[in-house]
Design a binder for this molecule. Structure first.
Ligand code: ADP
Ligand code: MG
Length: 416
């Protein structure tokens, strides 16, 4: 019973590096070289554990499966990993004292490492099936060398041959199993990375085509007006055409600006900021805009609403939301803005209007690029706002009722 337990322990010790590597290392470590170093260390730890907790078959008959982490570490890690693992094995064996066992270890490594390294190159370039064959063949060779050298050093006995045969069989089967396991997990990971890249490319191509389309519209309109200006018989309309051209160019500029904010890499210069102070600035900025639309803005701000964010970005997202609230009331009305602190650690900003409101479907579409119901809307404001709030680890909730009004609730993590 204890033999089976010991074997199971050895198996667990070997599985750990594989799962640790694919679960954590491939996610967190992006540099290939660092990954190799970490992988070698993981295999090294596995070897040390295997050597420390061998399977006892009675007197002088101990089996341990250090061959498997050693073999897989060298095959997947390359020359330096192989040398590192060999040195580790020798040093750890030395720690147990210089005996026949030590010379045995040295000789086995001397005969097996060059052969493993010889096959490592073709292993690295091979497909799954061939890799499994190489690994199994090498495990067989290693055990055979071990068996022969041990026999020469200590003499062949029936018991010894029995134990070594079990070792050989076990090592070959386990090597086969672990190589297949490792290869399968590797394939799944590769597939996932490929899918992520395809998805990224798909989004980019979709965005660029929509973007090109959106920019072309104002360009074409402007071009038409400029062409008209060239006609000698339309002198009176000149001013109007120039004005319209400028408006269209401004629109194109706005689209480009929104896109740039959206695509900007997230090197955020975040700092401690007072949300109420920023809200007041945004309200002041939009004062004349709201007056032109006959809209009155009412504010109610609590003191000491601190968050960690980039003020420019926060203002931009607030401006987008407030502008939409103002624009939702073509005949004028009232907008309420409040800022409070919630019990679960958020700063809550509410922007409420009495505008045209939205249906459930319209709310669901908020934030998708170029979704706009306005004649001259860009449909990018909400997309940018959502992205900014998300980058501050915040949330946006929308409550709206058709013809009644809309309430935007922005929740941002509070700091003290
Ligand atoms: P744009 O304002 O350029 O149309 P946005 O992304 O800012 O683009 O908004 C997308 C759409 O969401 C708007 O066209 C509008 O239909 C709807 N919307 C946003 N905010 C409100 C609001 N407060 N009330 C009613 N509709 C809104
Ligand atoms: Mg807008």
């Amino acid at each position: 019973m204890s033999i089976i337990k010991d074997f199971l322990l050895q198996l667990t010790l070997m599985i750990l590096p594989i799962f640790t590597y694919y679960t954590f290392v491939t996610e967190w470590v992006k540099c290939r070289k660092n990954r190799l170093v970490i992988m070698s260390i993981l295999w090294g730890i596995s070897i040390l554990f295997c050597m420390s907790f061998p399977v006892d078959f009675g007197d002088n008959a101990r089996i341990e499966l250090r061959i498997i982490p050693f073999l897989l570490g060298t095959l997947y890690g390359g020359v330096w990993s192989g040398i590192f693992l060999s040195v580790l094995i020798i040093l750890y064996r030395l720690y147990f004292g210089i005996s026949v066992g030590f010379y045995n270890t040295m000789l086995v490594l001397l005969f097996s490492l060059p052969v493993i390294l010889f096959f490592q190159k073709s292993f690295a370039g091979a497909k799954k099936a061939k890799r499994v064959k190489i690994a199994v063949g090498l495990a067989f060779y290693y055990c055979l060398i071990g068996l022969t050298i041990f026999g020469i050093l200590r003499g062949f006995t029936f018991d010894y041959l029995k134990v070594q045969s079990i070792h050989l069989l076990f090592a070959v089967v386990v090597t086969w199993f672990f190589t297949v396991l490792n290869e399968t997990i590797r394939e799944i990971h590769q597939l996932r990375t490929e899918m992520e890249n395809t998805e990224k490319l798909r989004v980019i191509s979709e965005l660029t085509s929509v973007f090109a389309h959106e920019i072309r519209n104002p360009m074409q309109v402007t071009r038409g007006f400029l062409q008209l200006l060239n006609e000698p018989e339309l002198p009176n309309e000149k001013k109007k055409y120039l004005q319209l051209s400028i408006e269209e160019l401004d629109r194109a500029n706005e689209i480009i600006n929104d896109f740039l904010t959206f695509g900007k890499p997230t090197v955020d210069h975040n700092q401690r900021i007072d949300v109420c102070y920023q809200l007041q600035r945004v309200v002041n900025l939009l004062q004349s805009y709201s007056q032109n639309h006959n809209v009155e803005i009412k504010t109610d701000f609590m003191e000491d609403c601190w968050i960690f964010a980039n003020p420019q970005k926060l203002n931009q997202s607030l401006i987008n939301i407030l502008k939409n609230a103002i624009e939702s009331m073509p005949n004028g009305g009232m907008v309420w803005i409040s800022c409070t602190s919630t019990e679960d650690g958020y700063i809550k900003i509410c922007v409420k209007d009495q505008g045209i409101g939205m249906t459930k479907e319209q709310i669901d579409r908020l934030g998708s690029p170029f979704y706009s119901l306005k004649e001259s809307g860009t449909g990018l404001g909400m997309m940018v706002s959502y992205q900014i709030v998300r980058s501050f680890k915040g949330k946006i909730q929308v409550n709206s009722e058709k013809e009644k009004g809309t309430e935007f609730i922005i929740l941002l993590p509070r700091i003290s």
